[in-house]
Structure formats: structure tokens, C-alpha cells
Design a protein around this ligand. Sequence first.
Ligand code: RIB
Length: 308
Amino acid sequence: MTVVVFGSVTWDVAAFADRLPKPGETLLGKNYITGLGGKGANQAAAAVKLGAPTKFFGRIGDDQFGQDVIAAFDKLNLDSSGVLIDPEVATALGVILVDANGENAIIQAAGANRRIDETDVVRASQALEGAKALLLQFEIPLEITLSAARAGRKAGATVILDPAPAPSDGIAGSVLMAVDIITPNEVEAETYVGFRPYDKKTGIAAAVRLVDIGAPSAIVTMGANGTAWATAGGESGFQPAFRVDAIDTVGAGDCFNGALAVALTEGLALPAAIRFASVAAAISTTRSGAANSAATREEVDRLLDFNC
Ligand code: RIB
């Protein structure tokens, strides 16, 4: 496998309304969709749609949503042999609300994702041998994410961590030092660095701060406000966002991570890989859904050519 993804998978239910409800309020929405989700599965879907041999390791329950997850993997031609059926718990559910601007609020009812343990890291270790990139997130127990990161490093893979959702007590230096690249969005970056980045200057400042506290490289995604990055080698930069008609931003960060891994495994340098991933993420916002909205290789190449 070129790309290994270790972590969360959900069945998502997304409801669309003009705006997000206030606490205690019932809103009449427009429509809803269901589909494959979870930051890990979304990253894997993005990588496989871009053509990288990809394997995902995670857990589902022995239930209808679990069967729906496997069917969705099959439809994507994504290898599901690393998905363990855990009979003790339900498949995790993503409950998503999307407003008229494509912005969202998400609750992930963790289910089987919370049950991932050291045995799953052992299951993944064979696939990690020879893998060029390992993608991780924070929707499974933190200590297991850390263990997987160490296994990925040991196997020689580039370890990319999307530190989302952000734990309320921040992120430990030991976690930052166990990965190669960290990719928070602006909301997560605020938890980690104490201010919310919103443009080139504040984005680079946030990325530099993450490097200062231990990350070898940091990429801060800010949606339509672009992406800033910094490395421990003292380099930094900014990628403006690609302008598209966004209708649903769910999974855009996951698509960014999957595409980043693919670009890096193909030998692109970090700034070019970030440009490639920004295009993929922008395309994913032009349609509804999480894993299903990921960009194809052809779409990314076309938009890159157009913006040459
Ligand atoms: O990043 C988007 C994902 O977050 C959704 O698919 C949802 O399941 C949550 O995990």
C-alpha cells in the first residue's frame, strides 16, 4: 500500500437548512443525505479517488450502518479488509447540520471508533511496511493514534496528523513530535496556539507557533482564506484558496489530507503538494457529502491546468 489510513469511520446523516439551529430550537430543514463519513474513511476515499493504492484500518459495529459502510467502500473500490467488525458496539454515526452557505456543525457519536486499541495497530503494521504515508486523526483514543504514529515512523512512512476534533486541553508536544506533518484547520489551530488565524499573516504565525512547540511541519487550513504552512527548517508559505461555488464544506479538510498524502508520495515538494491538496479540497466543497464529495484525479488535474 502507498497510503495507509488508520482511524475513524462513520455512517453520516446530514440535514440541510437555511441556517444552523440555536440551542433549544427546532428548524424545518430542506433535505438530507446519508453516506460514508468519519475523518479517517474520508481521507482514505480521497486518496483512492486520486489513484493511490490505499488501505484503511478501523472498526465498525455488526449492524446496518456497518453494512452500509462496507458497501460504500466497495463502491469506491477501497479495500475494506482492514475494517474490523466489533460485535460489542454500534457503528459510529456522524450527525451533521449544513447551512445555506455550506458551513456545518457536526456531532460524531463515536461508537466503534472509541473501541480501537493496540491490536488494531498490530493489524496495521504489515500494511505500514512499505507504505509511503500514514494518515491519522483524533476521532479514536489519543494513545492509540500516538501508537500508530510511532509504528508509521518506524516503518519509514510520512506521518500526517489531522488533529481534529481538537481536545479541549490542547495537544501535547509528545504528539507533535511523533508525526511529520500536522494539519489543523483554523478552529483547531486556535485551540493549539491561542489565536484564530484568518489570513496569510496570522496563518503563517499559527503554523510557525505549532513548529515552535514541536511539530516538524505544520499546515493550517483556513477554508476560503487559504492555507499557511511552516517547517522546522525555517521555511514558510501561503497557498490562496481556489475560488469555487461551495455548497457543502463537510469533509473538505479530510479531502485535503488525503490529497496531500497522495501528492507527497508522488514526490511533490511541500508547497506543490499543498497546492494540489487545496484544489482537491475546493472541488469537494462543490457537492454534498463527506467521502462521496472527494475529488477525482481528472478533476484536480483539470483545475490545476486551468489555474496554471
Ligand atoms: O470531517 C468530516 C467528518 O467529521 C464527517 O464525515 C463526520 O463523520 C465527522 O467525523
